[in-house]
Design a binder for this molecule. Structure first.
Ligand code: EPZ
Length: 457
């Protein structure tokens, strides 16, 4: 298996362009199941989760053509090409999302709503748990049942049928749906119910809808395809069902996936933790309010070119880092709160701050697999339930550590960039799920990092 070897202590310098968002692209790609016409996206990142979604869509009767996106890295550390992904239906009779693909990528669940709405039937493997804790899909199922779907569980598969309408067609029915769970809203649950509701008969009102920018992006694509949706970005989304959706992309050049706010936040911390001088372009300032607020508390500021207050602006920002970092408190929450997907990275930074910090995880209360690994590097962290108390230390020391999930791995890379000596991060396939060629980008910024093969780990 691949590992990263990092010799820490080099300040990063240079410019990085933020890629398109993985978590936006996955449900956007699944939305291509909603129409018989071609759908084209641009800015789709080249990641293993995306390649798995391509396999899944192909198994569901779609032809998928992708830009070589994974070609030579260009001068700014990113792939050539515009990440084009053109999808068109060739066999609309396929309705089974098989275990062998869905088990590799939890986001496989986002084909459930589109299949059910467009093909009247879906059989989707239950995605199961993962390293960050139990990840139920009860809210997805509750929402789809509210729209009239009959749902049963059969040998590890969710089997869903849409009801028959007055004309003998299988079609969901609009309803009031409350999608709140004990930990707030659900991102992919909202994607599933919204994608299903666009073709339902009548109006659906989704309450406690996820407000994440990735859901807004999905709504924007669906509207371009002919859907009638109001309230995007708010917790109350209203969907007036239409009979059919059309394709998109032929004349418009394709729907452009929003920048990856989590990749952006990760590179902000990479700059700060190495006391470097990094400029980020295609930076989604408008999606990172809570994160940037916490960083300001730590003493890190952004110097922006132009006006970054316009919603949807894609900014060029330079990261300004003080000589010493302040401690801070952070609590992860649904958007617009501090994102759980940046919790491990912030914690890596806080291990080097002056004083005591506290990080509370409210979305996935067990998402702390990076803690024992950071402790191996000399971090002083105590975990009490969903809260980690971090006492800042003068330096981290390189050590062999194990990546356990995507964002925990990113936290370890950041710690390794700052640590004294050599850090080996095993099992970086987790990182490849969500960061496009991270080691090349970091090398171009001056980091001493290499991908190596390790036997038996
Ligand atoms: C999405 O997962 C993201 N994945 C995750 O990113 C992200 O951490 C998460 O949202 C929260 O922001 C993708 O977009 C592909 P949820 P999702 O449903 O939608 C509970 C990454 O690193 N819940 O919003 O699956 C759940 O247990 C990944 O890129 C239920 O109780 O997360 C959690 O406590 C990891 N029942 C909370 O809701 C349900 O039916 C939020 O989960 C569904 C969720």
């Amino acid at each position: 298996m691949d590992a990263f070897q990092i010799t820490g202590g080099r300040p990063l310098r240079g410019t990085v362009r933020i890629n398109g968002s993985k978590n936006a692209a996955l449900p956007l790609m699944a939305a291509a199941l909603l129409t018989q016409e071609p759908v084209t996206l641009t800015g789709v990142p080249d990641l293993s989760d995306i390649r798995n979604m391509v396999r899944l869509l192909e198994s569901l009767g779609l032809k998928v053509e992708r830009d070589p996106g994974g070609g030579e890295a260009s001068g700014d550390g990113n792939a050539s090409g515009d990440g084009r992904c053109a999808m068109s239906t060739t066999d609309p009779t396929q309705t089974t999302a098989h275990y062998d693909i869905v088990r590799t990528m939890r986001a496989g669940i986002c084909v459930l709503g589109p299949l059910l709405a467009a093909r009247g039937h879906a059989k989707v493997s239950m995605p199961g748990g993962c390293a960050i804790g139990t990840r139920p899909v009860d809210l997805h199922l509750r929402g789809l049942k509210a729209l009239g779907a009959q749902i049963t569980l059969d040998a590890g598969y969710i089997v869903a049928e849409a009801p028959t309408d007055a004309h003998g067609n299988r079609r969901l029915r609009g309803r009031h749906v409350f999608l709140g769970g004990t930990n707030g809203s659900t991102v992919l649950g909202t994607a599933n119910v919204m994608s299903a509701a666009v073709l339902a008969e009548g109006t659906t009102v989704i309450e406690c809808a996820a407000c994440e920018p990735e859901i807004e992006d999905l709504g924007r694509l669906l509207i371009t395809m002919g859907a009638n949706i109001e309230g995007l970005g708010s917790p109350k989304v209203t969907v007036h069902g239409v009979k059919e959706l059309h394709g998109t992309g032929d004349t418009t050049g394709g729907h452009e996936v929003i920048p990856d706010r989590i990749e952006a936040g990760t590179y902000v911390i990479a700059a700060a933790i190495t006391a470097g001088d990094v400029t980020l372009t295609n930076f989604p300032t408008d999606m990172l309010g809570a994160f940037l607020d916490r960083l300001e508390e730590v003493g890190i500021n952004l110097e922006a070119e132009g006006d970054t207050t316009n919603p949807g602006s894609r900014d060029t920002v330079r990261i300004i880092t003080p000589r010493r970092l302040n401690a801070c408190h952070a609590v992860t929450q649904p958007h617009p709160g501090f994102p759980t997907d940046l919790q491990a990275q912030l914690m890596a930074l806080l291990t080097l701050a002056d004083g005591n910090s506290m990080v509370t995880e409210k979305i996935f209360p067990d998402r702390f697999l990076h803690v024992p690994e950071l402790q191996r590097m000399g971090a002083d962290i105590k975990r009490i339930g969903p809260t980690a108390l971090i006492q800042g230390t003068r330096e981290l020391v390189g050590a062999p550590v194990m990546a356990s999930d995507l964002r925990a791995s990113a936290g370890l890379v950041l710690a390794g960039l700052a640590a004294k000596g050599e850090t080996t991060i095993n099992r970086v396939y987790h990182l490849d799920r969500g960061y496009e060629r991270m080691e090349l980008t970091l090398q171009q910024l001056g980091a001493e990092i290499a991908r190596v093969k390790m036997d038996g780990v």
